[in-house]
Design a protein around this ligand. Structure first.
Ligand code: GLY
Length: 254
């Protein structure tokens, strides 16, 4: 069960955020705020408290707060973002996490790690080696997990921005898989739900207690998740999609 989440309000500089999809256009700040508020309401509907951090105009991507920490049941790891324009976003999070955690660890240089590359499956954490997360960062997280009685393993990846761009663990051994992760050997024992290429963005869903939050506008994905017996809520994330951001990126959940 999650009881707490942390989100960060989008900044006015949002349109300057990193994107691999400029063809989708620039995000609209006002619309992003409306969508962000609806996202907060949806989290609350799942039974969690939401701490809302103020926008930080220095960092266009800072609303993707998942990337600056990994929150486990035993400790929080403050990360070291791999994108140069995102370095420093993590500074505020240590003080925030102190309210919730006695144990806080930090990824140290030359390690880099972004939370979007970390997928929790019970006490095991899969860590994607992406352009944002390097081997040193992954090894530091694995060492910390072991210290606190958990485990971690790395996942080689070549195409996607983050591990959770193409994977979402929905509990009960159910795993959404898309793109390069569809046939990965390390995920073969999961009950996999394949996300069709046309709905690839929707692989980034989040299970929050008794609900799965699914991006709005992906009917096949929604139908497959409902067919697995799960309750679905939807959120419109069109403005965040323009910056390669999805539902998981917008919150820390613990
Ligand atoms: N725009 C989100 C990211 O690239 O980190």
């Amino acid at each position: 069960m999650f009881t707490q989440t942390i989100v960060r309000t989008p900044s006015r500089t949002l349109a300057e955020g990193i994107t691999s999809a400029p063809d989708l256009g620039k995000p609209d700040y006002e619309k992003a705020l409306v969508q962000h508020n609806a996202y907060i309401d949806t989290l609350k509907a799942c039974g969690v408290a939401v701490e809302v951090l103020a926008a930080d105009e220095r960092y266009p991507d800072a609303c993707f707060v998942e990337d600056v920490a990994v929150c486990t049941p035993a400790f929080a790891m403050v990360t070291s973002p791999g994108a140069p324009t995102r370095m420093g976003e993590e500074e505020v999070i240590t003080g925030v996490l102190k309210k919730y955690y006695n144990a806080i660890e930090h990824i140290q240089a030359p390690g880099t790690l972004e939370g979007g590359d970390v997928m929790m499956v019970g006490h095991h954490y899969y860590i994607g080696l992406s352009e944002r997360t390097n081997r040193a960062g992954a090894d530091q997280l694995i060492a910390a997990l072991v210290k606190y009685g958990m485990t971690g393993s790395v996942v080689e990846m070549n195409e996607m921005l983050h591990l959770k761009t193409g994977l979402a663990y929905l509990e009960d051994n159910i795993l959404l898989v898309a793109g390069e992760f569809t046939d990965k050997a390390e995920f073969k024992d999961f009950r996999r739900i394949e996300i069709p290429e046309a709905e690839g963005y929707a692989a980034n869903c989040i299970r929050v207690n008794d609900h799965v939050i699914v991006p709005e506008g992906y009917p096949e994905t929604r139908a497959k998740i409902e067919a697995a017996g799960l309750n679905v809520l939807t959120c419109d994330t069109s403005e965040f999609k323009k910056l390669d951001g999805g539902l998981s990126c917008l919150s820390l959940r613990f």
